[in-house]
Design a protein around this ligand. Structure first.
Ligand code: BDR
Ligand code: CA
Length: 326
């Protein structure tokens, strides 16, 4: 059993820059008992993604080190599709470029190693052990979670909730006009999870794009609060933020994955609507699109709502939580 003050949580992640910020928050949050970080391919390949998670843990140095387990190397059906062009060639802002004053690497060889356990087994074991107390916070494509459902549906269905960073309900996609990146990479897995019967909270682009982090704020924070963590945050976000500067005219980034952790900590940060949602697995132009039935005359007895979709966020309160935890 977990301490009654804390909730057992697993983060499932593809090891990118905003994933790293989300993991910093979770490691520093007393209300969450981060049991494990399960890793999969998405922003970057699974080995590099696991190294990125270990890097974050090594920098934060939490009292209790969560297990880090590698899982799926590619989507259920599709070929892999990464975002190295956005997150950097290592998925984490190309940390090898940073040196100390004496020329030594600021981010030397890792000392931590991933577990030999398979991520999907870790998810199933945790579902069995913690049941409805357990929340999974999914920050990448949903391949590990879908694979766990396919391997042992009854056991995974014991978890209390999955908070998913993914999809877009009333706003356009980001990787395509129709699709958000995590659902685009593995639409088949996203649809398996939509059909899981597990309570789902969808932290999609509707709210994630309302949580911007300007570059100048990160630089001010790193100046004022000098630490290994603030230096790391300033370093790893450089390339990611330059992508938004060059492509969207905003020098900063969106806190997609940190917001999902924020919602797992404090669901009152967002307002949600229960909707019936499917994910397009085949569309020529719409692959990975999350489609919510928003019609007034929707038939909820045939298509019962399967997702609590976040539509509004209290950005000010979320940003306070973010800074409190980094
Ligand atoms: C999502 O895509 C990834 O690149 C980010 O880490 C985030 O999980 C946003 O669409
Ligand atoms: Ca991610």
């Amino acid at each position: 059993m977990s301490n009654s003050q804390t909730r057992p949580v697993i983060i499932d992640t593809d090891g990118g820059v905003d994933d790293a910020l989300a993991i910093v928050m979770a490691l520093n949050c007393q209300q969450l008992d981060l049991k494990a970080v399960t890793v999969l391919a998405g922003n970057i390949n699974v080995n590099q993604a696991a190294n990125n998670v270990l890097r974050v843990i090594e920098i934060v140095q939490p009292k209790q080190t969560p297990l880090v387990a590698k899982g799926c190397e590619k989507p259920l059906v599709r070929p892999p599709f990464n975002a190295a062009g956005i997150h950097g060639s290592d998925g984490l802002g190309e940390l090898h470029q940073f040196k100390n004053a004496d020329g030594s690497p600021r981010y030397p060889q890792l000392t931590l190693e991933p577990s030999s356990e398979d991520a999907v087994d870790v998810l199933l074991k945790a579902a069995q052990e913690y049941g409805s107390e357990l929340a999974i916070v999914a920050l990448g494509p949903l391949t590990n979670i879908a694979t766990a459902l396919q391997r042992d549906r009854n056991t995974l269905q014991k978890v209390g909730r999955i908070v998913i960073m993914g999809g877009a309900v009333k706003v356009p996609g980001n990787i395509s006009a129709a699709a958000e990146f995590n659902f685009f990479v593995d639409p088949d897995a996203a649809q398996v999870v939509m059909e899981s019967g597990i309570p789902l909270t969808l932290v999609g682009l509707d709210v994630a794009m309302k949580a911007p982090l300007p570059r100048k704020d990160v630089e001010n924070y790193a100046q004022k609060q000098r630490s290994l963590v603030s230096q790391f945050i300033a370093d790893c976000t450089g390339i990611y933020m330059a992508f938004y500067r060059d492509n969207e005219g905003f020098h900063g980034c969106y806190l997609h994955d940190p917001l999902a952790v924020g919602v797992a900590i404090d669901p009152s940060l967002v307002s949600t609507e229960s909707v019936y949602m499917v994910v397009e697995t085949e569309g020529r132009f719409t692959s990975g699109m999350s489609l919510a039935d928003l019609r007034d005359r929707r038939d909820e007895s045939t298509f019962p709502p399967n997702v609590d979709a976040c539509l509004e966020v209290d950005t000010e309160r979320f940003m306070k939580l973010f800074y409190d935890l980094i």
